[in-house]
Design a protein around this ligand. Structure first.
Ligand SMILES: [Zn+2]
Length: 369
């Protein structure tokens, strides 16, 4: 996901901010300063409110992540968008119950925050008008955030709730995902259609700007639903395959003691491959990939042996022959690696690379199976 920059880590989760956020920050601040441009008080309140709005969304996403993690769904990073965040999970929930809890946590958190701001509003409305205004705005916006996210279109929270219920009832994860993502696409198209109607017909006194907003949100939702649908199909295609079925046994093996130049000239130039197993007579000792080679400066290629720069076997993630292919892809995502040796009885019997898996998926998609 491009167009975002790193904010830092919170509870071990990488948070990223999408650039569209700056537009929102400015819009929110300006709309709050609108009554009185010359007042420093309004500017200060506008900026503080925008920051609190941002914190509210962060809390919503954090609620999802922490409940997810407690239910064994690790979250790698979260990107904050205009109307919420997108979590990058390295694996989907294993049970309908876990999915339901994680999906509900975000909107529940927003509702709690909304109520707290309502209390602040009640306590300050007769005494400190600017604070009361700010609290009221945050009460409304957090309630709206909860409501919007509960729309039952996947991948919104409501769509996940919907899927978990379907999943619980039918016991069929794939079909539930298919239905929930189709509903998500339907919600997206309805938003676009509604937006177009508003632009041309102005019902309820709504202006063309609100219509465009609705079209934009609908377009975003439709895209997200389609992407989730494709991803679910991919994952489905890997299910039922084991490591020994998707591994390649035709992998290049190089001796421990050759130098990097010998490797580059004797193996890489001729085969074009970028991943080698390093072995001696007792078996495989490590794995060597292009990043390992790039860690050595070119003048030293002649004096550096591959054993010095390879990733040794005991540091490698390894797969078992009967491990399922989907869990291997998840493990690769979690540790950001592109290949895993398959080990049986202490011996390497094959190699699985991300390219292998993707090629398998493409072939299956092309054959329509
Ligand atoms: Zn959410």
């Amino acid at each position: 996901m491009g167009n975002a920059f790193n904010l830092g880590k919170l509870f071990g989760i990488q948070f990223r901010l999408h650039y569209t956020w700056f537009i929102i920050f400015v819009l929110v601040t300006v709309s709050l300063v609108y009554p009185d441009w010359s007042s420093p008080l309004y500017w200060a309140m506008g900026i503080v409110t925008s920051l609190l709005f941002f914190t509210s969304i962060l809390a919503h996403e954090l609620a999802h992540s922490l409940v997810g993690r407690a239910n064994n769904i690790p979250i790698k990073s979260i990107t904050l968008f205009v109307f919420g965040g997108v979590a990058q999970m390295t694996r989907e929930a294993r049970s309908a119950g876990a999915e339901l809890k994680m999906a509900v946590a975000g909107p529940a958190c927003s509702l709690v925050i909304s109520s707290l701001f309502y209390l602040v509003f009640l306590f300050t409305k007769d005494a400190v008008a600017p604070v009361a205004d700010m609290a009221f705005w945050l009460f409304i916006i957090n309630a709206a955030l909860a409501a919007f996210n509960l729309i039952p279109g996947f991948p919104l929270d409501g769509g996940r709730v919907f899927r978990s219920i379907l999943w619980q009832v039918t016991g069929n994860y794939k079909r539930s995902t298919r239905i929930a993502t189709r509903v998500g696409q339907g919600v997206g198209y309805s938003f676009i259609l509604g937006g177009i109607l508003i632009v041309f017909l102005h019902p309820f006194g709504l202006d063309w700007f609100s219509g465009l907003w609705l079209v934009f949100i609908g377009w975003f939702l439709e895209n997200a639903a389609s992407a989730s649908y494709r991803q679910a199909q991919w994952r489905g295609a890997l299910q039922g395959f084991t490591a020994s079925q998707v591994m390649t046994s035709d992998y290049p093996v190089v001796p421990l003691s050759i130098t990097v130049s010998q490797l580059v000239q004797g193996y890489i130039f001729t085969s074009g491959r970028g991943c080698f197993l390093v072995a001696d007579e007792d078996g495989v000792r490590g794995i060597l990939t292009l990043p390992n080679i790039k860690s050595v400066s070119q003048p030293n290629w002649g004096v550096t042996q591959v054993r010095e720069i390879m990733t040794p076997v005991d540091k490698l993630k390894i797969a078992h022959p009967d491990q399922d292919a989907l869990s291997i892809l998840e493990q690769m995502d979690e540790s950001s690696i592109n290949q895993m040796p398959v080990v049986s009885g202490g011996r390497v019997i094959g190699l699985i690379t991300r390219d292998n898996l993707i090629r398998l998926l493409r072939t299956r998609a092309e054959l329509g199976i």
